[in-house]
Write a protein that binds this ligand. Structure first.
Ligand code: ADP
Length: 166
């Protein structure tokens, strides 16, 4: 049994993430999609619970995918779930440097956990959660960039923000 963990912020989940999840779910017996409760990224748009709920809905058709949140080190979480692989996605060259450092650090922390990279699907190579938030905030359409279940939540988030006078 091969178990993998796909950790990330998923603030919110995009079709780029979902593509990586779908492909990784075919490679591994069980895939944990893990929302990091990151103390250095306090200003997330969505709470960890909301991010997990969106992932849950978006992956409902994938029986071997489990979505949950975690805090602390990805390798510690992987050990807890008896996973030997961390899945990460690579888009542009700009991702490479950060991901290389992260995978080196994780290897240093645990030699039993291997990082496996999946290259982005060309159709989603420009999509990031940050771009989605920015475009949505200024009224642009993000249809085709995020799973449908994310659209009403984005609209709600923006309405709340406008109500607060920004
Ligand atoms: P982001 O805000 O960049 O979407 P996340 O922390 O949620 O960041 O991303 C988790 C992982 O998914 C990272 O390895 C990131 O490179 C990867 N990823 C994010 N978007 C895409 C995409 N469109 N295609 C491939 N991989 C992606």
């Amino acid at each position: 049994m091969r178990t993998a963990v796909y950790p990330g912020s998923f603030d919110p989940v995009t079709l780029g993430h979902l593509d990586i999840i779908t492909r990784a779910a075919k490679i591994f017996d069980t895939l944990y999609v893990a929302v990091l409760i990151n103390p250095t990224k306090r200003n997330t748009w969505f709470s960890a619970e909301e991010r997990v709920a969106m992932l849950h809905e978006a992956t409902a058709h994938l029986p071997n995918v489990i979505c949950e949140s975690f805090s602390g080190l990805s390798v510690d979480y992987a050990h807890k779930r008896e996973a030997t692989v961390l899945v990460r996605g690579l888009r542009a060259v700009s991702d490479f440097e950060y991901e290389l450092k992260l995978s080196e650090a994780n290897r240093h922390l645990s030699s039993e956990v291997e990082t496996v990279f999946l290259m982005t699907n060309h159709a989603y190579s420009f999509i990031s959660s940050g771009i989605v938030r920015e475009v949505a905030e200024f009224g642009g359409s993000v249809i085709g960039w995020v799973p449908e279940c994310v659209l009403p939540r984005l609209a709600e988030r923006i309405k709340k923000q406008e109500g607060r006078g920004k």
